[in-house]
Design a protein around this ligand. Structure first.
Ligand SMILES: NC(=O)c1ccc[n+]([C@@H]2O[C@H](COP(=O)([O-])OP(=O)(O)OC[C@H]3O[C@@H](n4cnc5c(N)ncnc54)[C@H](OP(=O)(O)O)[C@@H]3O)[C@@H](O)[C@H]2O)c1
Length: 316
């Protein structure tokens, strides 16, 4: 079969022939229809993700751990967890029996690959307890997941939405109530966070981490004794840095609470979140852009850096 084959950790997958997967007992062969290339897949292939050992246990390997495909009986499914070295960037892959769910009717496979990024936005409710009328800050809103999160915040009834990014043109495309460009001096960014917060940020969905979030925490640290309003910060991504310094004072009296995006996720809540974003997508309330590329173009697709909010979806 044809596949995108990774020969070295941190390398670029190449379009090559690869032996067909042969399902073992308890496994199922999947004919791949569509697979999105996301930052998490690149981080895994670069050995920089905590789950890298699970998927890059041997080389050569085929990246991407989920996608849309067809079972041997013809059922179209969303699948995950392929057996290493097989992945979704190939004509075929192999997954444990049951590691798939039938794809919903009336949704195109390429579009379905993007819905997982929309579910991330639902963590504002699941992990952050967002209720209607609250103020949301989407920290890093110009990427695919960030743009979806701004829309999801609105659909969940957020009262005020503030969005950050580092490109004024892209920030101008967002349906937020206020935007902040993080590419300014530290003092200017701290002031911008203070100026835009209205009655205070209730929920922060953070795709950036690193410097911008360190400065956000500094902006939320009070300069006098007062009763703090809680700010629930949901850690979701790290495109601006894997680490940050959290001074004790940034937590002691600020009201800041930090959670991971996986908080509140169970098979049940995940299913409900999926159904919700599916409904919004079908109704046209939730929209996003994607670029469909053939598997043979994987080398250039993999190396795209600025995606301008468009998801790259590979069609083997
Ligand atoms: N936990 C989850 O469930 C989950 C789900 C989806 C995504 N994520 C994570 O969320 C992050 C974003 O994912 P994505 O799929 O939306 O990525 P994406 O579409 O590739 O977008 C990345 C965005 O980050 C911006 N960016 C990069 N470095 C930045 C910096 N230093 N300061 C400000 N903005 C910066 C880029 O801006 P430019 O356009 O200006 O370059 C771009 O808009 C990734 O870390 C990803 O792994 C997590």
């Amino acid at each position: 079969m044809k596949a995108a084959v990774l020969h070295e950790v941190g390398g670029v997958p190449r379009y090559e022939d690869f032996p067909d997967p042969v399902p073992a007992e308890g496994e199922v062969l999947i004919e791949v229809i569509a697979a999105a290339v996301e930052n998490v897949d690149k981080a895994i292939a670069a050995g920089k993700h905590f789950a890298a050992g699970q998927y890059v246990s041997q080389l050569p390997m085929i990246p991407v751990f989920d996608g849309i495909g067809r079972l041997p009986d013809g059922t179209v499914v969303g699948f995950g967890n392929p057996r290493s070295p097989y992945g979704a960037l190939a004509e075929k892959t192999v997954v444990p029996a049951g590691s798939y769910v039938p794809m919903a009717d009336g949704i195109e496979p390429a579009v379905a690959t993007v819905l997982a990024s929309a579910i991330t936005g639902m963590s504002m409710k699941l992990a952050g307890g967002l209720v209607a009328g609250e103020t949301v800050l989407v920290q890093g809103a110009t990427g695919v997941a960030g743009r979806l999160a701004v829309q999801v915040a609105r659909l969940l009834g957020a009262g005020r939405i503030v969005a950050t990014g580092r490109d004024d043109e892209q920030l101008g495309e967002l349906a937020a109530d206020a935007v902040i460009n993080t590419a300014v001096s530290d003092d200017e960014l701290i002031q911008a966070f203070k100026d835009a917060k209205g009655e205070g940020y209730d929920v922060v969905l953070d795709f950036l981490w690193g410097r911008p979030t360190e400065l956000l925490l500094r902006s939320l640290t009070p300069d006098s004794f007062a009763f703090a309003k809680p700010t629930r910060l949901i850690q979701t991504g790290e495109v601006a840095g894997a680490d940050l310094v959290v001074p004790a004072a940034a937590l002691r009296t600020s009201g800041v609470e930090i959670y991971g995006a996986a908080r509140g996720l169970t098979p049940e809540t995940m299913g409900e979140a999926y159904n919700q974003v599916l409904e919004w997508t079908r109704s046209g309330d939730l929209t996003f852009d994607l670029d469909r590329v053939p598997l043979s173009d994987i080398e250039s697709a993999w190396q795209r850096t600025s995606t301008h909010g468009r998801r790259t979806v590979v069609l083997p």
